[in-house]
Design a protein around this ligand. Structure first.
Ligand SMILES: *[C@@H]1O[C@H](CO)[C@@H](O)[C@H](O)[C@H]1NC(C)=O
Length: 341
């Protein structure tokens, strides 16, 4: 990082009153929430540990530009910028919990943890929604570069290294964007990238592949692309994410706002119905496991399906097949931190 980074950040620039008014207008347009917002203002707000509470005090900001929405949060003294690209059917608001500044935020368990881990490590985080269901590779790259630059200028983050993480479709997108943008390093999650259909520039950023080997086909493609990148002199590494056994408290651990007894009861039900084996491993892909139907048969009420997608994500993660994961976020942020420039 630039050793004069701190000095430059403190440099005062003269602003004319017109641009001051313009900036104030922009602030009102693009920022909601802030210090004065109450911390826990909605019912069913996630219970959170002390250290994550510090970050939630500052609620995320929302923006809309170039036909899409985006959200961000900047910690005190940020040391880098992290761009997040979701998978198909995802959106920026999946990465933050519902709050007064974002009542419709979804807060999917892995996505929100990714943001919390990032803030803890002093990364300024921005998540941008794709224009369509999945990411496209034409003008959308220009849009994202535009939004990212606007946001960096707006928040005076120009001197920070930029890293990017994309999952699935977002991984393809980030792999393509990295050929044109100034990323220090990238992480591609459950995605082999689009290296087959691009010219890999000499200065392509170091690339971490975070994948789930149960997806054998993708693993083979990742091995091939890693070799390819290595031959071009690009630093690469992989992190393999394996299936893990469920426990009665697993869901509650990942989603502390769930009723603890619900977590235990759902585990019992999964066992009773043979959806998990005697060690707690999912027998089939979470998506192919009719756990919702089983719940319905038992007349479980679980807050009108509010947490269905959240639970689904965790069952997919436990099965270890093509899902967002933060269980390896230590490896991911170490990768980013060891390639800052
Ligand atoms: C994005 O929107 C801004 C503001 O409306 C506009 O000036 C800019 O040209 C747009 N960028 C792209 C890539 O279309």
């Amino acid at each position: 990082m630039d050793p004069f980074y701190g000095l430059q950040r403190c440099r005062v620039t003269a602003v004319s009153s017109f641009s001051a008014i313009l900036m104030a207008a922009l602030l009102i347009l693009y920022r909601t929430g802030g210090k004065s917002s109450p911390q826990f203002d909605l019912p069913n707000q996630p219970r959170i540990s002390h250290h994550t509470a510090v970050h939630l005090q500052r609620l995320p900001s929302l923006g809309f530009m170039n036909g899409t929405d985006f959200m961000w949060q900047v910690p005190e003294s940020p040391k880098a910028v992290l761009l997040l690209a979701h998978g198909c059917n995802g959106k920026a608001s999946n990465f933050w919990d519902a709050s007064s500044s974002c009542p419709n935020c979804v807060g999917l368990p892995e996505e929100r943890l990714l943001v919390l881990h990032a803030l803890e490590r002093k990364f300024a985080v921005i998540a941008i929604s794709s224009l369509g269901k999945c990411w496209s590779f034409g003008k959308e790259k220009e849009n994202v570069k535009w939004i990212l630059q606007w946001w960096i200028d707006e928040n005076k983050l120009q001197n920070l290294p930029i890293v990017a993480l994309g999952a699935s479709s977002g991984g393809y997108f980030i792999s393509a964007l990295a050929a044109e943008a100034r990323f220090s390093s990238i992480a591609l999650m459950i995605s082999e990238g689009v290296f087959d259909s691009m010219d890999i520039p000499k200065n392509y950023p170091p690339t971490l592949f975070v994948h789930m080997p149960k997806d054998r086909r993708r693993m083979e493609l990742i091995q091939k692309n890693m070799q390819n990148l290595r031959m071009k002199g690009v630093r690469v590494k992989e992190v393999r994410c394996m299936e893990l056994p469920l426990t009665p408290h697993f869901l509650w651990d990942r989603m502390p706002w769930l009723d603890q007894s619900f977590s235990v009861q759902l585990f019992e039900l999964l066992r009773e119905r043979g959806f998990i084996d005697e060690k707690g491993y999912m027998r089939r892909d979470g998506r192919a496991t009719p756990w919702k139907e089983a719940l319905k048969e038992k007349h479980f009420s679980y807050e009108k399906n509010r947490w269905v997608d959240h639970i689904q994500e965790e069952l997919n993660l436990a099965y270890g097949y093509h899902e967002m994961t933060t269980l390896q976020s230590g490896d991911i942020f170490s990768w980013f931190e060891s390639h800052m420039r």
